[in-house]
Design a protein around this ligand. Structure first.
Ligand code: FAD
Length: 452
């Protein structure tokens, strides 16, 4: 029999249910399609394209070690798959289960069109998330969990499957030629972030190895310490599936320091995925209606995007995003709260900007975290507002994080750096004055009751 492993965002050879199942067949085709629909959307930013291309090249190398190689095609995924199915008389196509409206549609179309070509489709769960979306439902009878804590309680009790080994021998059908993986510049135009991490499974596994060996032990205590940078930075590798979330959970020794807190974050990832799977429209529309009337203010939006709001803790986060294609989770919360609850701009504007720069930019995690912060999502305290000054004092107590990203303010000592307007009401050294007074702006926001 001939099988096809259709890679999507599971770009790895370790613990890959799609690859492992397809490799059972006498011959198999490993395929990735650069889908023209995805390439034409905001999703494929220069940072993502660079990370993706590196991940594809690395996957190709990984497959070569087992005697195969990756076939890469451009165009419409369903059409390309069907074409190759006919050409190589493929009996069964394997693909990972995914959650977005686009991937659901792709799966439906593949099922119909492959059936017409007399070819089977097997959709593998546990490839992108740990728990299959929809696997856990609340006792209330709803089709998904909207509150994290009870979801986490049930999720933590699920058995974790043993990671799958790398297939040893891959045999491609006769004539299955290889083509070079495209260059990132073939896919997008525009500059990548100067400190973008290297894409691919090899880089991801190296990072994960060091994480488990050394750094995870301080995670519980230090994950919110902005200057300490003590989180795993595994998110882009998880987004593209260069690492398996299931394998990371499996490798976490829950009795060791930091591990339970880390695994809990992986549960947040599953939580948002099961929400998006149940409500795919929430990638664009509010999960919960708040009847908000967002302001429209292009100057404020531009100041926020470029790290020039005059609030150093906000601007530091936005500059980190531009420089690294990644931002610390605490900064993501502070900057998102500032956009939606201080400037009172629509969360979709912020989510779009993040998506254009984050290498880990992920429809489930990005959109639903944005909604969580904006108060239109699953947060049980939707009126909570993060006070940028208090957050800065708490999570960057001596100003090291801000000083790293805003050298214009480096002369201000300790916590003074979080309040530059006290010394420089009109800005200093090119760093701007505040575009808004948070206290005043937050008072104007009708629903606000809790400040943190
Ligand atoms: P760690 O702290 O080491 O956590 C380990 C892993 O757990 C992460 O790699 C990630 O896969 C997962 N995780 C951690 N926190 C969350 C969370 N709150 N929700 C879902 N999964 C989580 N994460 C993305 O992967 N892609 C996004 O596009 C994204 N956009 C966000 C937008 C906003 C406004 C906010 C507040 C958060 C967003 N997050 C997103 C969640 C989180 O900020 C990042 O996953 C995290 O900062 C990545 O860094 P890390 O790998 O060092 O995380």
């Amino acid at each position: 029999a001939v099988a096809m492993a259709l890679f999507t965002r599971d770009l790895r050879v370790h613990d890959n249910p799609v690859l492992a199942a397809a490799a059972q067949a006498a011959e198999m085709l490993p395929l990735f399609v650069l889908d023209k629909t995805i390439c034409a959307t905001d999703y494929l930013s220069p940072n993502k394209a660079a990370f993706l291309v590196a991940a594809l090249a690395d996957l190709n190398e990984g497959l070569r070690r087992s005697g195969g190689h990756l076939m890469v095609r451009h165009g419409d995924t369903v059409r390309e798959v069907c074409r190759l199915v006919r050409q190589y008389a493929v009996d069964e196509v394997h693909i990972a289960e995914d959650v977005s409206a686009y991937s659901r549609r792709r799966e439906d179309q593949l099922r119909t069109q492959l059936a017409a070509a007399n070819c089977g489709l097997r959709v593998h769960t546990g490839s992108i998330t740990v728990a299959a979306p929809g696997r856990l439902t609340p006792s209330s009878g709803r089709d998904h969990f909207a509150v994290f804590t009870p979801y986490h309680r049930r999720w933590a009790q699920l058995p974790v499957r043993t990671p799958l080994p790398v297939p040893q021998h891959i045999r491609l059908p006769h004539g299955a030629g290889s083509e070079p993986v495209p260059a990132a510049t073939d896919l997008t135009t525009g500059a990548t972030s100067p400190e973008l991490p290297p894409g691919g499974e090899t880089a991801g596994r190296r990072l994960a190895r060091d994480w488990f060996r050394e750094d995870i032990s301080t995670y519980a205590d230090r994950h919110d310490d902005l200057a300490g940078d003590a989180t795993s930075r595994l998110s882009p590798y998880l987004h593209f599936g260069c690492l398996s979330a299931t394998e990371l959970v499996h490798r976490s020794d829950l009795s060791a320091p930091g591990a339970a807190a880390f695994v809990r974050q992986l549960c947040w990832r599953d939580f948002h995925h099961q929400m998006l799977a149940a409500r795919p429209e929430t990638a664009h529309s509010d999960y919960r209606t708040r009847n908000d009337h967002w302001h429209v203010d292009t100057a404020s939006l531009a100041a926020w995007q470029t790290g020039r709001t005059g609030y150093p803790i906000v601007d530091a986060g936005m500059r980190q995003l531009a420089a690294q294609g990644w931002m610390h989770n605490r900064s993501r919360m502070i900057t998102a709260s500032f956009l939606t609850k201080t400037l009172y701009l629509d969360w979709r504007r912020g989510a779009k900007h993040f998506m254009g720069l984050l290498a880990d930019g992920d429809l489930a995690n990005n959109q639903l975290n944005w909604q969580w912060v904006a108060g239109t999502g699953a947060d049980t305290r939707p009126n909570r507002v993060l006070n940028p000054i208090r957050q800065a004092d708490r999570y960057d107590p001596d100003g090291t994080y801000v000083r790293r990203w805003i050298p214009e303010l480096a002369h201000l000592r300790g916590r003074d750096i979080h309040r530059p307007w006290r010394w420089h009401a009109d800005g200093v050294g090119g760093y701007p004055a505040r575009i808004v007074d948070h206290e005043q702006a937050a008072c104007d926001f009708a629903g606000i009751r809790q400040h943190e």
